[in-house]
Design a protein around this ligand. Sequence first.
Ligand code: BG6
Length: 496
Amino acid sequence: LNNNQSGVTFFIFGATGDLAKRKLYPAIYSLFREGKLNERFTVIGLARRHRSREEFQNDVYQAIQEFARYKIDQDDNWESFVQHFEYMSLNTNDLNAFYELNQLTESLEQRFDIKGNRLFYLALAPQLFGQVANHLRDGGLLNSSGWHRLVIEKPFGYDLQSAEELNAQIREVFEEEEIYRIDHYLGKEMIQNIEVIRFANAFFEPLWNNKYIANIQITLSETVGVGDRGGYYENSGALRDMAQNHMLQMVAMMAMEPPSRMESEDIRDEKVKVLRSIRSYSDTQEVGEHVVRAQYTEGVLNDKTVHAYRDEDSVSKTSNTETFFAAELYVDNFRWAGVPFYVRTGKRLPSKATEVVVEFKNIPENVYFAKTNQLEPNLLVFRVNPQEGIYIKFNAKKPGGKSMIIPVAMDFCQSCEVGLNTPEAYERLVLDAMRGDSTYFTRWDEVASAWKYIDSISNAWSQNTNDLQFYEAGSWGPEGMIQLLQKKGFKWWPVH
Ligand code: BG6
């Protein structure tokens, strides 16, 4: 799998943007530091803005110092890294610029002995994907002898129809196998760990079904507001920004059947079956019962007053965009029939956390348990962020007490281990794309199935705007979030 042997050229479209600075340059640097990237690589930064090679290299330096796991230190040979970075100002409308880019690439490939492998990373607005793909082809960039891969960021469409159109545009030029759709949650250590914990442990998999599991809760909470992304977020909201991708991908990882092989297509086949089995809501009433949307108002978070969503930059004063989304969803298959999956995500919540809680059904009451014991359910918690680990809650005898039962916990904190500096999601994903491993990228049929479910919500919302609730910034969300579970006698387990 290691195509790295014959080198690679990274084309970073959107080279002066936020994603490139926060995630991509730091990821490339970490790979370099860890020896996962040999000398045979080059990075070509592309953006409209004029930048000299030196200015660009300086941007890369700043980005690494600010955001990377490894800092550039005294004895580090920065020169040997940064000499691989080149910049070209490029207007994506201009086909001639692509011819020129091809020439530049050929000369760099010669210099670094790269065998024509080209990885095109589009950290760009999706409206530009189609045009860039066409110009890559027409400009001759896909004629080199090695492989060609397209890495694209979300949002992948606005609904199923627009996603199909976007996909068709890209597919005119690239094969599905050449397209790597990023969902950076799939690059996270603990998300990848879900399948290992599930499929490599005798004491979880036999219980992993509707006989023993009462419900599954997934929380993706954030303290940040929309910051300077108001323009994007107004059209996306929590539903499209987090639920369509990260959240449904997590549902798929939790609910999928064991794949017959641990190979990319086998795993994605199992995930897509889950996504296809998610029950869409059929009308506004069903959406009203199972889905909650809300928006933050002014409030206090970490001792600071933060303003309402409607007062953020580039946000309409009468905006109905949701910054909070919660839903009860069902995976309609044999294993999961009747088990609710509760998902929630929001901005301006009290803490940054990503957690998955599996709540088990209580065992039947029997004589052993005096009526005085209020049995707590067993919980298995995957902590994805900020700590990485697993937490299990179970019942045990209270020491000294006579048949008193209390909940106790076992807590495995993976990220607490001394000296453990786990790779960032983007590092893993960039490396995977370079090696041609698409396991943790979303395949087209996954995207399409996810949109079907999401569209059933957004269609209902567009017919009824009265159900938008409000929550104070710094609170855990609106009332409706609690009621969603109360109806079934459940409650949200607090995140750690
Ligand atoms: C992105 C969303 O995909 O994920 C952002 O667009 C969100 O709105 C981010 O803040 C959260 O990612 P992470 O890795 O910080 O949990």
